[in-house]
Design a protein around this ligand. Structure first.
Ligand code: FAD
Length: 489
């Protein structure tokens, strides 16, 4: 075992970790990021499209783990997409330098201001909408597609049909900004540059076009010369040292997951940015194994952001199918949030199968009136989740209403070809909460009852934010780290 002493350690290189690293470095502090996934850029490996999965497809699996059509075998490799299965819910996560930004759809959605106020009563919403959200949008390089391009691009027929059908059923649609560079996509369409979004790449990584965190925050952070990123370094546990330090047990692996070194890293300030599930596992496991002191709010107020995947087959009757080619980058949403009885937001999602499957796919987001709990299971040595059909009752009611209303106006059936009974109630891309801001932490993400232990990731959000969450996670991270730098250094 190698022993190392460092001032500032960040665990995880997703949104929270990337923001914290850049701002700490700009303020003159040396930072080390420990990331269990691969640094793809440095490795020189390519990302693979959904219909021909390669090394990037799955985290140390021999079969693909996408939400559907897992008919492919893969070689065990430290791929970009991971999935943790619990009873009643499966949770997908990104792995690698850039975290979830490597695998996600890039949708950068501003939450509704009223809902943000309701979710975070202790925060000043004016500050967020005037400062932290615009800052996050700028740094993440959020942009919107040109309407003419969308109108004429055959790869967006699925969206056009989706919007027309929604209007016919009486729903309101909205344009959704993204971190994929739409100018690049226009050049792809004209065959001037290599294709990525138009070549089926997204959930196993994009080779071009997408401004994932390695191209934005993390790039800037490394340019300061003060940030070191150690990839393939997984933190196994945290122990509180006698001199107010934190001692991390770390393993370094190769790309097939074998341990090649064990390290003990001692740090003064520790930033937990391992994503909701990663952060909760580290905290709860370390509390069980090493008596790390936690407050009773850790593990409470967990939610799936109301995620509910559904779809419609035989989208043909009126609209003539959804098109052969789909861009992997969503641009449209249906906003029904203000309907008191059926409040939801849904993404009109692509299904890039390379043929016209005449199927519409929707990732719906509903409020989460009933939260779940995350706890440590000493028998399995892993975290577990209290989550049942009850927790998704509102999301299911909304999905039933939505699909019924769409089919009545447009024809089509529930997507039995995609999901059992046509509903993917157990599909979660947006695990949130468990270390909620203002409950488990103070207003700036300091874990209550612990000194110099900071939480900056999706676990700060109490299980729901009403839209796709990374823009909110980024804005919260900007806010927290600003306070931490000015008050704790
Ligand atoms: P993450 O981005 O999850 O980063 C955590 C990092 O920590 C990871 O890189 C992980 O490997 C690392 N880590 C974990 N444990 C350890 C450990 N013990 N030691 C070392 N490193 C560790 N959101 C949107 O807003 N818009 C979208 O379009 C969208 N699409 C999505 C599509 C998919 C398929 C998925 C899975 C998610 C999508 N999301 C989307 C959700 C979004 O990606 C996440 O909410 C976001 O990435 C969470 O950010 P984070 O900072 O909390 O953690």
């Amino acid at each position: 075992t190698e022993n190392v002493e460092i001032d500032n350690v960040i665990i995880g290189s997703g949104y929270g970790g990337a923001v914290a690293a850049l701002r700490l470095a700009e303020a003159g502090h040396e930072v080390t990021i420990l990331e269990m996934g691969l640094n793809w850029e440095k490795s020189g490996e390519k990302f693979s499209p959904m219909i021909s999965p390669g090394k990037s497809a799955a985290w140390l699996r021999t079969k693909t783990i996408a939400p559907f059509f897992n008919i492919f075998n893969t070689k065990k490799y430290t791929g970009t997409l991971d999935r943790w299965d619990f009873s009643n819910i499966k949770i997908w996560m990104g792995r690698g330098v850039g975290g979830g930004s490597l695998v996600n759809g890039g949708m950068a959605v501003l939450p509704k201001k009223d809902y943000f106020r309701e979710i975070f009563p202790e925060l000043n919403a004016e500050d967020f909408y005037g400062k932290y959200f615009p800052l996050a949008e700028k740094e993440l390089e959020v942009n919107s597609a040109d309407e003419n391009f969308l109108e004429n691009c055959s790869f967006y027929k699925f969206n056009k049909v989706g919007e027309q059908e929604a209007h016919k059923a009486g729903f309101k649609t909205v344009r959704v900004p993204n971190v994929y560079d739409f100018k690049y996509m226009e050049a792809e369409y004209e065959n001037k540059v290599p294709r990525s979004a138009l070549a089926g790449e997204v959930i196993y990584g994009n080779n071009y076009g997408k401004k994932s965190l390695d191209k934005t925050y993390l790039k800037k952070a490394q340019e300061t010369g003060k940030v070191q990123i150690h990839d393939l370094h997984r933190v196994e546990s945290i122990t509180k040292g006698s001199d107010n330090t934190y001692i991390l047990e770390v393993i370094q692996t190769n790309t097939v997951g074998e341990i090649i070194a064990k390290k003990k890293i001692v740090c003064k300030k520790l930033f937990l940015c391992a994503g909701t599930m990663g952060t909760l596992e580290l905290l709860l496991k370390s509390s069980n194994d090493n008596k790390l002191t936690l407050n009773s709010e850790v593990g409470q107020n967990w939610g799936n952001n109301g995620n509910f995947m559904t779809g419609r087959n035989f989208v043909k009757t009126f609209s003539g199918g959804t098109g052969v080619n789909h861009s992997t980058i969503p641009v449209g949403g249906i906003d029904n949030w203000n309907d008191k009885e059926h409040p939801f937001f849904t993404e009109i999602a692509p299904l890039p199968m390379g043929m016209d499957v005449a199927t519409s796919l929707y990732l719906m987001i509903s409020p989460v009136p009933k939260k779940g709990t995350v706890f440590f299971n000493p028998i399995s040595g892993k975290i577990d989740l209290k989550w049942s059909e009850n927790n998704v009752a509102l999301a299911r009611k909304n999905a039933e209403y939505f699909i019924k209303t769409m089919n009545k106006a447009n024809g089509g059936t529930r997507a039995h070809l995609l999901f059992n009974n046509g509903f993917g109630a157990d599909i979660c891309y947006h695990p949130l909460g468990g270390a909620v801001l203002g409950k488990a932490t103070d207003k700036a993400g300091r874990l209550l009852g612990s000194e110099h232990l900071y939480i900056i990731d999706g676990s700060l959000i109490p299980g729901t934010i009403g839209v796709n969450p990374f823009l909110t996670i980024t804005a919260l991270a900007e806010y927290c780290i600003e306070h931490i730098i000015s008050e704790d250094y």
